[in-house]
Design a binder for this molecule. Structure first.
Ligand code: TNX
Length: 481
């Protein structure tokens, strides 16, 4: 059993002995990659050395990957004959190969005689992802999770070969990112669900996080949620409300009550400033402009917001993303819509949006919302989408979520974790693990190559590495830990 998550496209195990890893010698095309790979080996108990070490050679090579694959992420990993090699079409694939290798390293058992080294089985992996959009949407508003926690989450998503970390940065309870043209928004940073002190990312924090993520081939997508979920903004700027009176700070968990007003002359300048600064600060190609759960607005006014936000994002050279409700507005080719629940939506509208050129990121609440309770007894989480056990996160098909949607309109998959009930990093991680691995496999692995029983065995085999990384996980009874 090879404990790889997500399961690769092609795996063969030659009848050759496992390699003993007393030490490795890394030969990579660039120093930054070599350093990341070295860190990874150190975490697996394997030091880097120049002599008496197994060579690990990483090389760019367009011929890498499964036969016929043209994915820019394709890679090949070979272990055997006293050496390890990774080839990939692009640098991201080399990191994928190293991630796979990390999962294959078996640490010496506790109590093994001194001088027993970690081992890695002989193997040949040719691999490439099914979907290019593989993400996690992470709410750092309801409870504040700062740069250290965000870096830990980047490490986690990168280990499962995700490419996107979408940060939900603004909501009713707080404002979590510095907007240079609107410095007053900082006043809305020191609040969260249940009250208490919170914080926000400065421009410098955000720059550093993007660099940290980019080194791991993860792109950060910022979200400014509008025209609902804006109480933090209307708390700071009374001019954005209908009566000019600033709203009170909010530390509850209701949704849908706050809103902008399209015809208020203060509104468009505010949206322009926030989207403009976010776009300028963001290295990635996308800006998420929300659109969810605006429960107190007529359809026409909402559609005008979709049109405006979409235009402003595009004026800044970025691609707009909306929650699924964006389909109620005039979506343009290339706009991304993030599906999250069927309730109250006319599914034909999504099909029409796809025909108009929109593409879909699938985050169905009953499979991909990792803030849902595992079971009725689970102490953390919400349950509006039902209970989401590990199997529920695993057994779903992204192209069948929306009846009638052409499969080609599915850009990929995003897990989501909202933090109304999550206050510490361990609580957060215990909701993500092990379910994030399930969503990773839905996003990466061909549907007919998935197998829940095998997945649970691979999950159990990964748990020691999670423990040594300090990653809390929920010991669901669906896995024989
Ligand atoms: C729905 S999903 C929301 C969030 C909540 C979440 C809780 C979405 C676009 N909106 O505001 O935090 O449910 O699960």
């Amino acid at each position: 059993m090879l404990p790889l998550i997500p399961w690769p496209t092609e795996v063969t195990q030659p009848a050759a002995p496992a390699l003993e890893l007393a030490a490795v010698r890394i030969d990579a095309p660039d120093a930054a990659l070599a350093e990341l790979v070295a860190e990874q080996f150190a975490a697996a108990g394997v030091p880097v050395a120049e002599t008496d070490a197994v060579p690990f050679t990483l090389r760019l090579d367009a011929a890498a990957g499964p036969e016929g694959s043209d994915s820019p992420e394709r890679y090949t990993l070979q272990v055997g004959g006293g050496a390890i090699s990774a080839t990939a079409a692009e640098p991201v694939g080399l990191l994928h190969a190293a991630r796979s290798l990390r999962q294959l390293v078996v640490r010496a058992a506790d109590g093994a005689p001194a001088g027993t080294h970690p081992t890695v089985p002989a193997v040949v992996v040719h691999d490439a992802p099914r979907f290019r959009w593989r993400g996690l949407s992470f709410d750092v508003v309801r409870h504040w999770f700062g740069p250290d926690d965000i870096r830990a989450v980047i490490d986690l998503v990168a280990a499962f070969k995700f490419r996107v970390l979408h940060l939900h940065l603004t909501d009713d309870q707080g404002w979590r990112i510095e907007i240079p043209s609107r410095p007053e928004l900082e006043k809305a940073s020191d609040n969260q669900v249940g009250g208490g002190s919170a914080g926000y990312l400065t421009v410098g924090d955000y720059r550093d996080l993007q660099a940290y993520a980019a080194a791991r081939h993860v792109t950060i997508v910022p979200e400014f949620d509008m025209p609902g979920h804006v109480n933090a903004a209307t708390h700071v700027y009374g001019g954005l409300t209908s009566d000019g009176v600033a709203t009170d700070a909010y530390d509850g968990i209701e949704v849908g009550f706050s809103r902008l007003w399209f015809d208020n002359p203060a509104t468009e300048p505010f949206v322009r400033d926030v989207v403009g600064d976010l776009a300028r600060m963001t290295d990635g190609a996308w800006v998420h402009v929300g659109g969810d759960e605006v429960l107190t607005m007529e359809r026409d006014e909402f559609a005008r917001f979709v049109d405006l936000a979409q235009r402003i994002v595009r004026e800044h050279g970025k691609t707009p993303i909306f929650w699924q409700e964006g389909a109620r507005g005039p979506v343009e080719p290339g706009t991304l819509l993030q599906y999250w629940e069927p309730k109250g939506e006319d599914l034909d509208r999504f099909v029409a949006a796809a025909q108009a050129g929109a593409r879909f990121i699938m985050s169905p609440g009953d499979h991909a919302y990792l803030d849902m309770k595992y079971t009725a007894e689970h102490p953390l989480g919400l349950q509006w989408a039902g209970f989401v056990e590990l199997r529920d996160s695993y057994e779903w098909e992204p192209t069948e979520v929306i009846a009638g949607l052409p499969a080609e309109a599915v850009e990929g998959v995003s897990a989501a974790v909202w933090t109304e009930t999550l206050t510490t990093r361990d609580e957060l991680f215990s909701m993500l693990l092990p379910r994030l691995g399930a969503v990773a496999e839905v996003a990466w692995t061909a549907g007919d190559a998935k197998d829940f029983d095998g997945f649970t065995r691979r999950t159990a085999a990964q748990a020691p590495a999670w423990r040594s990384a300090g990653w809390a996980y929920h010991p669901t009874p669906q896995v024989a830990w």
